[in-house]
Design a protein around this ligand. Structure first.
Ligand SMILES: Nc1nc2c(ncn2[C@@H]2O[C@H](COP(=O)(O)OP(=O)(O)OP(=O)(O)O)[C@@H](O)[C@H]2O)c(=O)[nH]1
Ligand SMILES: [Mg+2]
Length: 325
């Protein structure tokens, strides 16, 4: 989705590109020196203008409008970039385009009326100076857009229209291990908490079509205002994407957190989200307690087939409800 955003050049790079192209411009030789210099300088000015304008316009066109995005992306970007700064940067770039165009017009007109080669060369240099300083003025905005691009490039590619299962739970309970078993995603798995730092998307191909499986960063049981940016991404996935939440508990407590704390988080999630929740106990190879929940081991694969059946049951019910709506 965000792959089309072009690399953002620095102000210096744009200026270099502008002059490099202008330098190559040639016009047919003519005995009328004044006429020839006029044509040459105007052609150079227009080339410099075209390079700057096309480079900058592309940014304005290709950087997406945050307000037109799916609410998940809108909220995610709100969390990860300064939306006002982003909008202002694009507006400044648009402003620069207008200024460069109008200076190009003005100086080409002046050159047409110039009476000597010296005047023509002076006017051309003046245009170059003006255009360069406009581009230098927007150097911070170009730098900021470059940073936003890096953030956008790393955003997960979500398809909001397809059925989506979000895997949630405390840190280190085995969410990523499960997502890896269930889907095409290859998340990092490690024996310490907060391994997953963003939303990771995988797919599962089923009879009902493609399903999205989303790995989320671990959540601690604490109020939203205390949550860090990493945890907040998990909350956004639950809020905007989940058709079903698979909530993983780790009764072995090898994750480093008590089962009690994990269950408290589960209750909070039940209270905060009106999405169906499937509670699953992981690490059954280490500990299997008596409870009403499905027991699996994401590591050995035990019980994972059963989990897939349960997920498919929910997907079928959901699809039927949707068909009747
Ligand atoms: N014995 C056993 N270990 C498991 C099982 N599932 C996961 N683990 C281990 O638990 C540790 C954490 O697994 P992850 O999948 O990274 O956990 P996570 O919930 O994604 O963790 P965060 O991304 O930090 O929130 C890793 O060392 C896994 O190998 C399981 O079923 N049995
Ligand atoms: Mg993880």
């Amino acid at each position: 989705m965000f792959r089309e955003i072009p690399t953002v050049l620095t102000a210096e790079e744009i200026i270099d590109k502008m002059f490099r192209r202008a330098k190559k411009v040639e016009v047919p030789l003519s005995r009328n020196k004044l006429f020839m210099h006029r044509n040459l300088s105007i052609a150079k000015i227009f080339t410099a203008r075209d390079v700057a304008v096309s480079t900058l316009k592309r940014y304005v066109e290709k950087f997406p409008y945050i307000n037109k995005m799916h609410p998940f992306y809108r909220s995610l970007l709100d969390l990860l970039v300064d939306k006002n700064e982003y909008k202002k940067s694009l507006a400044s770039i648009n402003w620069a385009v207008g200024r460069i165009e109008s200076f190009a017009d003005k100086y080409s007109r002046k050159i047409r009326g110039a009476g000597s080669v010296d005047d023509i060369l002076k006017l051309r240099r003046e245009f170059y100076g003006r255009a360069s300083s406009i581009i230098k003025d927007i150097a911070p905005q170009l730098r900021y857009l470059g940073e936003v691009r890096e953030v956008m490039k790393k955003l997960p590619s979500i398809e909001p229209a397809i059925h989506t299962i979000v895997i949630a739970g405390y840190p280190n309970v085995g969410k990523s291990e499960l997502v890896k078993k269930l889907s095409t995603a290859k998340p990092e798995i490690a024996s310490y908490p907060f391994t997953t730092k963003g939303i990771i998307v995988g797919h599962m191909d089923t009879k009902e079509g493609r399903i999205q499986i989303i790995d989320t960063p671990g959540l601690l049981d604490r109020p939203l205002e205390k949550r860090n940016k990493i945890e907040k991404q998990a909350i956004l996935a639950l809020r905007y994407l989940a058709d079903l939440i698979v909530f993983l508990l780790d009764p072995s407590e090898t994750c480093g957190y008590s089962l009690k704390a994990q269950e408290k988080l589960l209750e909070e999630i039940r209270a905060d989200f009106s999405v169906p929740i499937l509670v699953v106990e992981n690490k059954a190879d280490l500990l299997c307690r008596e409870s009403e929940y499905l027991k699996i081991s994401a590591k050995t694969g035990k019980g994972v087939d059963m989990l897939v059946d349960l997920i498919m049951e929910r997907v079928n019910i959901h699809s039927q409800v949707q068909r009747h709506l």
